[in-house]
Structures are given as structure tokens and as C-alpha cells.
Design a protein around this ligand. Structure first.
Ligand code: SF4
Length: 161
């Protein structure tokens, strides 16, 4: 049986990566449009800040993920493809510090462009709706079959673990 057809999602495919990155691109592009209308310099700072903060999540959250532990020098998962594994993989659950840093970093990423989006209410609505769709789709279709059991959002039934 193809591993992607098991009740648990053992491996992600390149199409998963494309799908989730297209979904993420909607709020990201809405934020970029709102910022670039005011300043190209702030857009560059925003993009660099996003990349840096995603790296913080990569360091504190992803190193515990089974997809990160899978063989090879690069990570292939729904959000990253051929991404070098810069950090040593860690087995075992996330520590309270790692959980706190990951959650706060995610909230900071979401809040970063709010000032510019408030100046463009139409883009703000698209931004918030697309983040809502992203979160709910993740929860509805991925969290209940995800092999990252230590993730606080994981909701795989006990009998499947
Ligand atoms: S599936 Fe999620 S937690 Fe796992 S490595 Fe990819 S982005 Fe990180």
C-alpha cells in the first residue's frame, strides 16, 4: 500500500508541499501588497523577519517531528521541500520552553503585518479569512492523521497511534 494512503500520513508528497505553500501564499501576498504600497524597505524587512521567525519554529518545533527524523540530509514535508536540516534532530516530546517559543513565534508572524493591513481593510479581511481557512484545513485534514504525536495540536485517535 502507498504510505500516503494509510490512515496515518507517514510521508508527505510534493503535491502536499505545493498545496500547503499555495495556501500560505494567500495571507503572505495580501500582507506584502499592503506593506509595499507604503514602503519597499518595510517589505524587505518584513520578508526577512518572516524567514527568520520561520527558522526559529524550524529550530524549536520541527526538530522533534518524525518527518524531520526521516532519512536524508534534507527535509521533505508539507511545508518544506529539500530544506537542509540545519539543526540536530531531537527525539522525545517538546519541552515547555520549546512549546512556548514556537507558539509565541507563530503569533508574532501572524501579527507582524497588522499595522499595514489596518490601512487596507479589504486586504485585512482576506488576510484573516485565509489564515482561518489555513488553520481549520490543517486541523480538519492533517492533525487527525499526523504522525507528530507530541505536537499540541495532534488529535490522532489513541487506537491509531
Ligand atoms: S510537518 Fe510540520 S512540524 Fe513536521 S517538519 Fe514539516 S513543518 Fe515541521
Amino acid at each position: 500500500m502507498n504510505p500516503t494512503e494509510t490512515p496515518l500520513k507517514i510521508r508527505h508528497t510534493f503535491l502536499d508541499f505545493l498545496y500547503w505553500n499555495l495556501l500560505v501564499s494567500v495571507p503572505f501576498i495580501a500582507a506584502c501588497i499592503a506593506i509595499v504600497e507604503k514602503s519597499i524597505a518595510w517589505l524587505i524587512i518584513y520578508i526577512i523577519a518572516c524567514i527568520s521567525l520561520v527558522m526559529v519554529i524550524y529550530r524549536f518545533y520541527c526538530i522533534h517531528c518524525p518527518h524531520y527524523h526521516q532519512s536524508g540530509k534534507t527535509l521533505k514535508c508539507m511545508f518544506f521541500w529539500w530544506m537542509p536540516k540545519f539543526f540536530k534532530a531531537e527525539s522525545g516530546p517538546l519541552s515547555p520552553l520549546e512549546k512556548t517559543v514556537s507558539v509565541i513565534t507563530l503569533l508574532v508572524i501572524i501579527m507582524l503585518p497588522i499595522y499595514w493591513l489596518l490601512l487596507r481593510p479589504g486586504l485585512l479581511v482576506i488576510y484573516l479569512l485565509s489564515i482561518g481557512v489555513l488553520g481549520l484545513t490543517l486541523r480538519r485534514y492533517e492533525c487527525k492523521r499526523c504522525v507528530y504525536f507530541q505536537c499540541p495540536s495532534n488529535c490522532v485517535p489513541e487506537e491509531l497511534k
